[in-house]
Design a protein around this ligand. Structure first.
Ligand code: AMP
Length: 113
C-alpha cells in the first residue's frame, strides 16, 4: 500500500535503522524508543492489525515472531524482552500495519502485563 508508512519503510522508500530483513519480514528500530532497546518487526505484506490475522496470513505473523529471538540474541538481550502488538484505538495503535514492538535493555517491571 503506497500510503502506508510501514509498507514504504519495508520497501526502502523511507529510511529506517534496519535490524533484519528477509523475503517476508522487516525489522527496524523504533524512531521514538520507549526503552533503551525498542524495535519493530513487521511483515512486508500489508496486514492492518492483529484483527486481520487469519488462517490465510497467520504464517506471516509467525515469521515475524520467529525473527524476534534471532535479533534478541544478536543484540545480547540475555536479560529478556517484552513483545507488544497494539490493536485498534483503545490499544493506542497509530500505524495500521501489523507490527510487534520489542522492548528491552532495562527492567520493564511487572505493570501492563
Ligand atoms: P503503535 O502506536 O503501536 O501503532 O506503534 C507505532 C510505532 O511506530 C510507534 O512506536 C512509533 O514511534 C513508530 N514509528 C512511526 N514512524 C516511524 C518511523 N518512520 N520509523 C520508525 N518507527 C516509527
Amino acid at each position: 500500500m503506497s500510503d502506508c508508512i510501514f509498507c514504504r519503510i519495508a520497501a526502502g522508500d523511507i529510511p529506517s535503522a534496519c535490524l533484519y530483513e528477509d523475503e517476508h519480514v522487516y525489522a527496524f528500530r523504533d524512531i521514538n524508543p520507549q526503552a533503551p532497546v525498542h524495535f519493530l518487526v513487521i511483515p512486508r505484506a500489508h496486514i492492518a492489525s492483529m484483527d486481520e490475522i487469519s488462517a490465510e496470513n497467520s504464517a506471516l505473523a509467525a515469521k515475524c515472531l520467529e525473527v524476534i529471538p534471532k535479533i534478541a540474541a544478536r543484540l545480547g538481550l540475555s536479560g529478556g524482552y517484552r513483545v507488544i502488538s497494539n490493536c485498534g484505538a483503545d490499544a493506542g495503535q497509530t500505524v495500521f500495519h501489523l507490527h510487534f514492538h520489542v522492548l528491552a535493555g532495562k527492567s520493564l517491571g511487572e505493570r501492563l502485563v
